[in-house]
Design a protein around this ligand. Structure first.
Ligand code: 4GS
Length: 225
């Protein structure tokens, strides 16, 4: 799968070269191309923003540099990739959306920073607006990285076999508690059933715990079940 990111802060995406996503890039399970759309500004000082029509505080990102950066990507293609704009007014991101997006072959992700983007650019190129949650950040870069991470781990070969099948949300529940050695830590013992080797009982215990934790912390997840 290929991701192109349109941003004014391409260096922020260097963190994706670590750990699991870094390995997925190395092994070419995913391709990440980060484009600084400032390079597509045609004015001498490379400005990409201007004051808002109608007045008010802050600046608005001009449509043309983003459009030209977008065109530089899609001009070489014989298909149209899905374009996502990270924004608090988008649909709130969840695991279901991450799984659906992992079936795409190419995504272009637009990040705003400080300020908004001219609405006409959004109308012209954006297919979907996505929010990572109901809070305001300084830029769309971290939301884009969260989306790339959550989508990528559902792509075949990015994680080891089976590791997404039992985790939080895969069955609509939060994760059951996990334990490793030692058998006793600060007077707290590992639950007996986990040492029993009885796989059916272990599975039953884990399911009960997952249900109990979900009921207590996120009853909203159980509503449509
Ligand atoms: C989000 C969010 C966000 C909004 C970007 C103010 C800078 C900022 N983007 N999910 N302008 N929450 N964006 O807060 O996606």
């Amino acid at each position: 799968m290929r991701f192109d990111v349109l941003t004014l802060f391409p260096e922020m995406f260097d963190v994706l070269n670590s750990s699991i996503i870094g390995r997925a890039i190395q092994s070419e399970k995913i391709k990440l191309n980060v484009v600084n759309f400032r390079e597509f500004s045609t004015d001498k000082q490379k400005h990409v923003d201007d004051t808002p029509y109608g007045g008010g505080a802050g600046m608005v990102i001009k449509p043309e540099p983003i459009y030209d950066a977008y065109k530089s990507i899609v001009a070489k293609l014989d298909y149209k990739p899905k374009v996502i704009y990270m924004s608090p007014r988008g649909k709130v991101f969840n695991q279901q959306m991450a799984i659906e997006l992992s079936k795409e072959n190419h995504l272009i992700i637009l990040c705003g920073h400080y300020e908004g983007v001219d609405e006409r650019l959004i109308e012209e190129i954006v297919d979907e607006e996505i929010s990572i949650g109901d809070y305001v950040l300084t830029g769309g870069e971290m939301p884009a990285m969260i989306l790339i991470d959550a989508v990528s781990r559902n792509i075949d070969g990015v994680l080891s076999e089976g590791s997404t099948s039992e985790e939080s949300f895969s069955n609509g529940l939060l994760e059951y508690p996990q334990y490793t050695r030692p058998e006793e830590f600060m007077g707290r013992k590992v639950p007996e059933v986990l040492l029993s080797g009885h796989h059916a009982n272990i599975e039953k215990w884990r399911h009960e715990k997952a249900l109990e934790i979900t009921k207590k912390r996120r009853p909203d997840l159980l509503e449509n079940k």
